[in-house]
Design a protein around this ligand. Structure first.
Ligand code: FA5
Length: 370
């Protein structure tokens, strides 16, 4: 009587129970967040961020417009007047306590996130740094430096010069005119502009005499190029060191004495030299220089290929035509020159079977030679 259909429905819904059910549902879902308000919480920054988002969703679900509490609020005006005050209080208390619990968990999560962020960005300046792996000089460079040291101590200057050359310096000025058969074994790489990569460091003989005139005493270590097929003793790019001594009264005896002294200093005082007649267009007479094997001293071993001797390079007395090409008067000056292969010498000293290993750039191989 007198009660509307809606009031009956409200009565049927039992508002107090609904509020109680809303509180219980909240408690169940909130349980996992309760731990954040305790102490000693261990959580990663990522997990804390995820939990923060989940907590915001929980707030919407339990306090938002479509929450059970919001539904209960709408019932306040609809319950029987004598129950309205206590029901209203219950709704408010429940809502307040839910909000408070969420606020507390949110505060704690915020602090945890802040702490985790600081921890992540912390730099401990007292931790020793990771040491960079120190590099070292390439065996060819070490060999070149040893050779330079010896000649510098004998009064030679060290010349550096271009690797790309004209025909004049690589061939003509060295008494190798066009069509001369000596150009063949020194075939090199040409550019379209009439330049070529130098096939020997002998080119520096001309540059040095043009620059310095005579007398001159210099060595010129450097890279040279030839159209040689790579094999255990050949590379299309390798290193030579040129030597040149021009002065008044220089003879073959000076050449022999100088190279003998060089091998004594490099391989030891018992090392012997041997000069075999040879031919180079830019020296006359010419000789191949060998030194007695530093390993066996003569009887023969694997390193000297059982001959007792190891080839050092080519040498000879500077051809008058070469002196003339560099504006030095052959009537007044004479000189000797030599050219040694650094790669092969290096391979012998370090007992390598194959000079190609030197350019494979395998650090595990190279770091054995410091
Ligand atoms: C010359 O190059 C002359 N210019 C040397 C010279 C200088 C003679 C001054 C007289 C006066 P040859 O072509 O022999 O000579 O080379 C000299 C050295 O270079 C050789 O003994 C060898 O050790 C090295 N060599 C030659 N070709 C190669 C190659 N393809 N790979 C590695 N080393 C090589």
């Amino acid at each position: 009587m007198g009660s509307s259909k809606e009031e009956i429905t409200v009565a049927e819904r039992n508002p107090n129970q609904e509020v109680e059910a809303a509180r219980e549902a909240f408690e169940r879902e909130f349980e996992r967040f309760a731990r954040f308000t305790g102490s000693g919480v261990d959580i990663s920054l990522n997990d804390a961020n995820t939990e923060q988002r989940a907590l915001a969703e929980l707030r919407t679900k339990h306090l938002g417009k479509k929450s059970a509490i919001a539904g209960a609020k709408k019932l306040i005006g609809k319950v029987a007047p004598e129950e309205r005050a206590s029901f209203g209080q219950l709704v408010q208390q429940t809502e307040g306590s839910i909000a408070q619990r969420i606020d507390e968990a949110e505060q704690s999560l915020k602090s945890l996130i802040e702490a985790a962020r600081i921890e992540r960005e912390r730099i401990d300046v007292t931790i020793p740094g990771r040491r960079p792996r120190p590099g070292h000089l390439h065996p060819i460079t070490l060999m070149r430096q040893r050779i330079e040291d010896i000649f510098v101590s004998l009064g030679y200057a060290v010349e550096d010069d271009r690797e790309i050359e004209t025909d004049f310096y690589n061939f003509d000025a060295l008494n190798i005119p066009e069509g001369h058969p000596a150009r063949d074994p020194q075939d090199t790489f040409y550019t379209t502009e009439g330049f070529a990569l130098r096939s020997q460091t002998s080119t520096v003989q001309i540059h040095a005499m043009q620059r310095r005139g005579a007398p001159v005493r210099m060595i010129a270590p450097g890279r040279v190029f030839r159209r040689d097929t790579p094999d255990p003793t050949h590379n299309p790019m390798f290193f030579q060191v040129e030597g040149l001594c021009v002065d008044r009264g220089i003879t073959m005896a000076h050449l022999k004495g100088t190279l003998a002294e060089f091998v004594h200093r490099l391989f030891g005082p018992d090392t012997k030299t041997r000069f075999r007649p040879s031919y180079f267009p830019f020296t006359e007479p010419s000789a191949e220089v060998d030194y007695s094997c530093f390993n066996c001293g003569g009887p023969g071993c694997r390193i000297c290929k059982w001959s007792g001797w190891i080839e050092l390079g080519g040498s000879g007395m500077v051809h008058p035509n070469v002196l003339r090409a560099a504006n030095v008067d052959p009537g007044e000056f004479t000189g000797f020159a030599f050219g040694l292969g650094i790669d092969r010498t290096c391979a012998r000293i370090y007992q390598l079977d194959d000079i190609r290993l030197l350019f494979e750039n395998d650090v595990r191989f190279l770091e054995q030679f410091r």
